[in-house]
Design a protein around this ligand. Structure first.
Ligand code: NI
Length: 236
């Protein structure tokens, strides 16, 4: 990989930006540069550098960075400022292997405690996912569907670990499926999961979940490899 001394040089700024548009222009420009890899993971984004680049004060820069942080595209690191977040923390295969462990345990604990209301809610999320075309909304609905099946597990620390894995996946769905042009996502996996849970067949539900998440890690790995034109080795 070529080492760019300043990744910001890849960002085009055409002329002065009207003050009232500054925040949204900066936000959009940085978001697309993060998503298409011009600003690689780990890049530090200093407020003053960005203010100079866009020819604005630091205030709209700060606002734009805050938005991007809320979308999990940036982390704010002490003494370093805003840093482009990794798409998936660490190795995607390892991350998903852990998710399978955690989410399988959540299912085992939760399934016996789920009631008709939980099943009805999960079914509604699947129906919404079937018609939804907005990737931000797809990411959110996917997280809510899965949490509905896990949430009765009486272990809050387990659930919070499970949910952070789902947040990470939400970011991936929000910003990267679109870039891959995958189109509509089949809900067959989710329907099978729900059917198995409704039948209280924990072993089958866990198997369906493993298949579902293994398909997820394949998509992510393919995407991560597509960002590495020089052929970094697949992580699977
Ligand atoms: Ni899912």
């Amino acid at each position: 990989m070529t080492q760019k001394p300043n990744p910001l040089s890849s960002i085009p700024v055409s002329g002065p930006i009207p003050a009232h548009l500054a925040r949204s222009v900066i936000e959009e420009t940085l978001r697309s540069a993060i998503l298409d890899g011009r600003l690689p993971c780990g890049t530090a984004l200093r407020q003053q550098d960005l203010a100079d680049l866009f020819g604005v004060s630091r205030m709209p820069v700060r606002e734009a960075l805050r938005q991007l942080e809320a979308q999990s595209l940036l982390h704010v690191v002490a003494h370093k400022g805003a840093v482009v977040a990794p798409l998936v923390e660490g190795d995607a295969a390892e991350t998903y292997a852990l998710r399978i462990l955690l989410e399988s345990e959540a299912l085992r604990l939760s399934i016996p405690l789920l009631d008709d209301e939980d099943f009805a809610e999960a079914a509604r999320y699947i129906d919404d996912l079937e018609t939804q075309t907005d990737y931000a909304e797809i990411g959110r609905l996917n997280r809510l569907f899965h949490m509905t099946l896990y949430r009765k597990a009486p272990n809050r620390r387990l659930l919070s670990l499970v949910e952070s894995g789902l947040w990470e996946e939400e970011r991936f769905l929000r910003f990267n499926l679109e870039a891959m042009g995958l189109g509509k996502l089949s809900q067959e996996d989710h329907r099978e999961l729900l059917r198995a849970a409704q039948a209280r067949d924990t072993a089958l539900t866990v198997t369906k979940l493993e298949n579902h998440l293994n398909r997820g890690v394949e998509v992510i790995t393919r995407y991560l490899n597509s960002l590495e034109p020089q052929g970094k080795k697949a992580s699977t």
